[in-house]
Write a new protein. Sequence first.
Length: 220
Amino acid sequence: MGVKDGAILLAGDKALAVAHGMTFAEYCQVQADRGRLLRMRYDETRLLPALQAGMIDYPDALVIVALVTAEDPDTTAVLPVIARLLAASCRVQLRIFTDADVRPLTTLLPDIDLSVALEEWDLPQFLVFDDEWELQTQWGPRPEQAERNLLEWLSRYPEYETLADDESVIAQERFSALTTKLIHEMRVWYNSSLAAACQREFYDILAALLAPDEMSEGEK
């Protein structure tokens, strides 16, 4: 077998690995508690016209791999916005993996120790692969503009992060209640202005991958 044949096999392995990921619709179906909210978040996300046009005309084939934690409020807030943006393109596809099963990703990311990465990364993370399965860039867990909102919320509920590590029944009940509160407050933030910021920030990283002569006049 020549090098060229080996490269084809490797690319095939990576394509099979990506096929293990879920579409956004499939992910919503397996989320018994939050699937309905995820679909509502998707439906209420309005695309900025310039970004929608940019995605429709995006010339390159990309695969976006989203690595998510189902219970994390950022997943509920951010994932539907990114899914809605990417749905405007016929050349960019989204596949979703949960942190509960990252085995297929070892084929896509052979140089990354995923057990270490999962301890270091704040999820969700979006990994952008080109048509040769090379990792081009990574983004997450939320738009920069959302950081101020989150820090202000955490200042009001400083016990939130501590409760996450407390396995007592009372602590977990309080943590669950605060998580629900945060999810609904995030929905207000994103419907007000953060969905637009999220779209713009993510679109900008995709636009940055294009050669200058591939960019539209509005992107230059």
